[in-house]
Design a protein. Structure first.
Length: 92
């Protein structure tokens, strides 16, 4: 049992992308909600992701879906841009 050892199962979203012509049509919400569903099925306590600080549309989408800003990660990307670490908890 991982909890007895002090481990917590977490889901990590590595990448979500919607082609520009399909943005603003709800596809991003569908993709993120499917990721959330998958993490819940696997009984993870949390789902987290990183997103470019300049990607305001994605940050707003994640916040709308209950994913909150946890931390700013300095020079996270190869080009030197910072990332927002965002997460959602699933209390059990």
């Amino acid at each position: 049992n991982f909890k007895k050892l002090g481990f917590v199962k977490k889901g990590h979203v590595v990448s979500i992308a919607v082609t520009e012509e399909y943005r603003g049509k709800g596809f991003g919400s569908v993709l993120v909600n499917e990721a959330i569903k998958g993490v819940k099925i696997r009984q993870c306590a949390e789902m987290y992701l990183e997103v470019r600080c300049s990607n305001n549309d994605a940050v707003r989408l994640y916040e709308k879906l209950g994913i909150s800003l946890r931390q700013r990660l300095k020079t996270y990307y190869r080009d030197g841009e910072d990332a927002n670490l965002m997460a959602i908890d699933f209390a059990s």
